[in-house]
Ligand binder design. Structure first.
Ligand SMILES: C[S@@+](CC[C@H](N)C(=O)[O-])C[C@H]1O[C@@H](n2cnc3c(N)ncnc32)[C@H](O)[C@@H]1O
Length: 239
């Protein structure tokens, strides 16, 4: 006989991982990894989610890492500029090189910024410039406090800002995380496989993200699974 609560109580508990990826070996392995498929999928889903973005503007990429998605976005939206923020010097160094190699310095600016810049959303927010589009990939699960992301989204957005965030989803079982590493990171350097495994254990589930959004007063954003690995959070800022 099964205990009615046993399945839920057996779900894998979240294990946080270090926030910043500031070790050079780690940053190099990440910058050199083949993310063509997931990162193109990110840009494609963003385009499908927001088919009516303004013709031009400046987007904000939170936790941009070595800038691969930042660059893919800039190529897909040639009239837009992008600011990429990350607090890891090691990651940003790979990003500066990639932006220069792509000759996109006129449209992409990478900055060393720790998220959140402030723990509170400022009262004078209406005086500051807001971004018409904020996107982020795989930052949320790194944060010691997930509210860091939602505070920054609130701080940097204005009425109507489009928000598109993708992150990993924590599987129900540790064994599934191991299987995902074997399936999706076969042949990758050990440091990358280790980080991927730790990231899966540190990721949030859909219901946990919904709770975070409710706590942040961002219920206008929606959450859904888009693959066995990923969820997206999207919507327009309503106030
Ligand atoms: C898994 S990487 C994702 C990089 C990039 N978005 C991508 O998809 O390729 C996560 C990045 O978030 C950065 N990060 C983690 N916590 C941060 C924080 N509090 N402020 C700024 N950057 C942070 C890490 O340094 C790392 O570069």
């Amino acid at each position: 006989m099964t205990n009615p609560g046993s399945e839920a109580s057996a779900l894998l508990t979240r294990i946080p991982e270090p926030e910043l990826m500031d070790d050079d070996d780690q940053a190099r392995a990440y910058a050199e990894a083949d993310f063509v498929e997931p990162h193109n999928h990110f840009v494609q889903l963003l385009q499908e989610t927001f088919p009516e973005l303004p013709e031009m503007g400046t987007a904000l990429d939170l936790g941009c890492g070595p800038g691969d998605i930042t660059l893919r976005f800039a190529r897909a939206f040639p009239a837009w500029s992008v600011e990429g923020w990350d607090a890891s010097e090691a990651m940003l160094n790979y990003g500066y090189q990639a932006v220069a190699a792509a000759k996109l310095q006129d449209r992409i600016t990478l900055k060393k910024v720790y998220v959140p810049q402030s723990d509170t959303v400022s009262d004078t927010k209406s005086d500051t410039v807001s971004f018409p589009l904020i996107f982020s990939n795989s930052l949320l699960h790194h944060l010691a406090d997930p509210m860091a992301l939602w505070t920054e989204v609130k701080q940097q957005s204005g009425l109507g800002t489009a928000v598109f965030i993708m992150d990993l989803m924590r599987p129900a079982k540790r064994e599934t995380a191991k299987d995902f590493v074997d399936l999706y990171a076969q042949g990758e350097p050990e440091v990358l496989r280790r980080d991927f495994f730790n990231s899966l254990l540190a990721a949030y589930r859909v219901d946990e993200v919904q709770d975070q959004l409710a706590q942040a007063g961002l219920e206008q954003l929606q959450v859904r699974e888009v693959s066995d690995l990923h969820l997206i959070i999207w919507g327009h800022i309503a106030e």
